[in-house]
Ligand binder design. Structure first.
Ligand code: 5AD
Ligand code: SF4
Length: 434
């Protein structure tokens, strides 16, 4: 019996798919890379923007043919979109060939849901409203060697006005610091070289014993082993000098911080319910640069939020220049039913939003290119994480998140490699082993 998992969305989802794989392995399934040959297909969905949903719906629709050709195939749909209000009913009606539906709060029950489905003809649709436990006892099938993800907390309490995450992932729940540190230790001993602590808003982590996020990070970075430590995502409203000092203290913690700004306009930030100002954000960046001059900062930006004017968009462009981001994820605002922003007047026409996005991408790319150009002729240490079939080159990232490509006779995946950079193309660097 073979499984195939299709994952949409963020690193949290990628890691949860590793847990889904863990459950399926336990049930005796093995992985199948070809979806046509699988006995169970699991879609782990995302609903952060409308296009993520449309994409998933399109691909789930295409499974009708698989089910026709293979009667005992099991099709399961889970994750954020499944948890979203009204979506279970929609999936039930529109896709009669979906056998199992589970949400974000009952992923751990997938094994039982499969048993139930096998024992009966009826479909098994199961959702839970909330979940308190933070330990699921699942051994994930890790797919990111030399990288590994560790959840430190689940859910979000921030209710940014555009965001659906708090509705589909529930309130914040932090894992115990001891459990997290133990997991980091195990991963280090198993030879993982890049460990990323995951949470929707890591700065509001609060362990059962009161441990703060900087204290947790300090403990994780003190674990013995030859690994890099990253964390995401930080919220600027909770960013602290204490956090900066922990990052500065440990060589293991990468000097690369993901700090989503979303907008450069104070009026829009306030409408977004972000609870910081442009000035506070820039002060944080200044503090970071003062303490850790080489620190790279990456961000997320939304354009076309309801009522955003051209002048306000210009403030985002000027912030991009002032903050000196080394890269950014950039999005057109997508209204999500049930969020505050979706009900706001002044939704921005698509052509205007698209035009703003392309100007923003150009501004960010300009910076990305100039940072990359600065690497040429210099040495750069990367952690080799894979092989690019198309390019015929190995690849890996440096501490700051730059991707370096190179040739190698031996397989260096999982090793730190020093490259001499010969040329740069956008965010990618090309070099030879020094
Ligand atoms: N529309 C567009 N982008 C969004 N994000 C979250 N919700 C939306 C939305 N409704 C973006 C934010 C966040 C990132 C993960 O996704 O920039 O930081
Ligand atoms: Fe969404 Fe805001 Fe929570 Fe991030 S902090 S998950 S953007 S509500």
């Amino acid at each position: 019996m073979k499984y195939h998992i299709v994952t949409y969305g963020c690193q949290m989802n990628l890691h949860e798919s590793e847990k889904i794989a863990g459950i399926l392995r336990e049930k005796g399934y093995t992985e199948e890379t070809d979806i046509d040959d699988a006995d169970i297909i699991v879609f782990n969905t995302c609903c952060i923007r409308e296009n993520a949903e449309n994409h998933a719906f399109g691909n789930i629709g295409a499974l009708k043919r698989h089910k026709r050709e293979k009667k005992d195939l099991i099709i399961a749909v889970g994750g954020c979109m499944a948890q979203e209000k009204g979506k279970a009913e929609l999936i039930r009606e529109k896709f009669p060939f979906v056998d199992i539906l589970f949400g974000t709060h009952n992923l751990n029950e997938l094994g039982e849901l499969i048993d139930r489905k096998r024992a009966q003809k009826k479909r098994v649709f199961s959702l839970r409203e909330e979940r308190e436990e933070t330990e699921d006892g699942i051994t994930p099938v890790r797919t990111g060697y030399p990288g590994a993800w560790v959840n430190i907390m689940y859910g979000c309490n921030n209710f940014c006005s555009y965001c659906i995450v708090p509705y589909v992932r529930g309130r914040e729940r932090s894992r115990s610091a001891d459990d997290i540190v133990r997991e980091v230790g195990e991963l280090a001993r198993e030879g993982y070289k890049e460990i990323t602590l995951l949470g929707q808003n890591v700065n509001s982590y609060r362990g059962t014993d009161g441990t703060s996020f900087p204290a947790l990070l300090d403990r994780c970075a003190s674990v013995e082993g030859d690994f890099r430590l990253r964390f995401m995502t930080s919220h600027p409203k909770d960013f602290s000098a204490e956090l900066v000092s922990v990052v500065k203290k440990h060589k293991k913690i990468c000097n690369c911080i993901h700090l989503p700004v979303q907008s450069g306009s104070n009026r829009i930030l306030s409408l977004m319910n972000r609870r910081y100002t442009r000035e506070k954000y820039l002060e944080e960046i200044a503090l970071l640069r003062r303490e850790i001059p080489d620190c790279a900062v990456t961000t997320d930006i939304i354009v076309g939020f309801p009522t955003e004017t051209e002048e306000e968009f210009q403030e985002t462009l000027s912030l991009v220049r002032e903050a000196g981001f080394s890269s950014a994820f950039m999005f057109i605002y997508s209204p999500r039913t049930g969020t505050k922003a979706a009900a706001m007047d002044g939704q921005i026409p698509e052509e205007i939003a698209k035009d703003r996005l392309s100007r923003l991408i150009e501004a960010v790319n300009e910076q990305t290119r100039s940072i990359s150009a600065g690497y040429v002729g210099k040495a750069c240490e990367i952690l080799c994480e894979g092989y690019d079939e198309k390019k015929g080159l190995y690849l890996g990232r440096d501490e700051y998140g730059r991707m370096g490509y190179f040739e190698s006779e031996e397989n260096p995946i999982g090793a730190y490699v020093t490259l001499r950079i010969e040329r740069a193309n956008g965010i990618s660097l090309y070099g030879t082993i020094a």
